[in-house]
Design a protein. Sequence first.
Length: 367
Amino acid sequence: MPVTPLRYGIVGTGLMGREHLRILALIPEVEAVAICDPHSASIEEALKITPEADTYDDFSDFLNRDDLDVVVVATPNHTHADIVTALVQKGTHLLIEKPMATTIQDAKTLHSLLSDYQSLAWIGMEYRYAPPVAQAIERSDSGEIGTLRMLSIREHRYPFLPKIDDWNRFNKNTGGTLVEKCCHFFDLMRHILKSEPTQIFASGAIDVNHLNETYDEGKPDIIDNALVIVDFESGARASLDLCMFAEQSTDQTEIHFVGDAGKIECRQPANSVTIGLRHEGWENWAVGAFRDSERLRTDYIDMATDISHGHGGATFHEHQAFLRAIQQSQRPSVSSLDGLMAVLMGAAAEISIRQNRVVHMSELTDY
């Protein structure tokens, strides 16, 4: 007996909203039936992907629909709080793009709303689901490299892309680069280390990008590079190396997991996972004898082209996990607490840069 597809609505049909639409078109158990965006050009682009969808240029009209099973929120960051607050009253399943909110207070308010939400409320931290990252996490969780002591993430990439009304050029709209972009990496830190952050120190600036740009709101104030160090309750520490004027890098993202028994290296877009195990008796090694190619192995992950365009396969696998959670009545794998903590860690790093000091997470958390 055929199963009726889940009916999805998409609020926000910019770059990320259209990525969601392309991925949903690959999943037979779902259909995108409604799209909402006040900008006609964005709606027109979305209709090229889902020509049969109903269109709305007013969110209040979209909100009047009672036949949606799922709503994906992919609007500009600073609109999430109001939109999610309104959608909670409808009781539909929610996939909320990162960051969950742009201010500490809004993130806490949304967490309070969503923590006991009876339907599924899932925060869009899709980097967890990129195939090489997921494989590296699985290998780390298996204990293969022992107890994790250090985690380093390097993101050397292109600048922020242009967005409608240039909203992403200003901290007040994005939460700041370390919230807007790097919430992904702070989420990965907690997810991988399975511990909570205690303190954060960061150094960063706007040094290269957007310096000659001027808009109605003024000159951009989003930083384009930063170094961040995070200490965790477990005693582990993590670091983030962000550069947004390094688009000629061989790999955009590297994640290094270092345990007391070995190391895992994950690279994208090479889509490789390398694991190296330490020798016993390393204390007695001679100089030059530390590396052993026999104890290093690299796996390359193949991906179908049609899913790889969604953040290297991450968005496809995120949607698959989200759908399974609905079908099996599971709790969200990426909860509102995860969304809140990613915002708080990014906000702490932004504060650290502005005030040139260590920020203790107890300053920002209530629990």
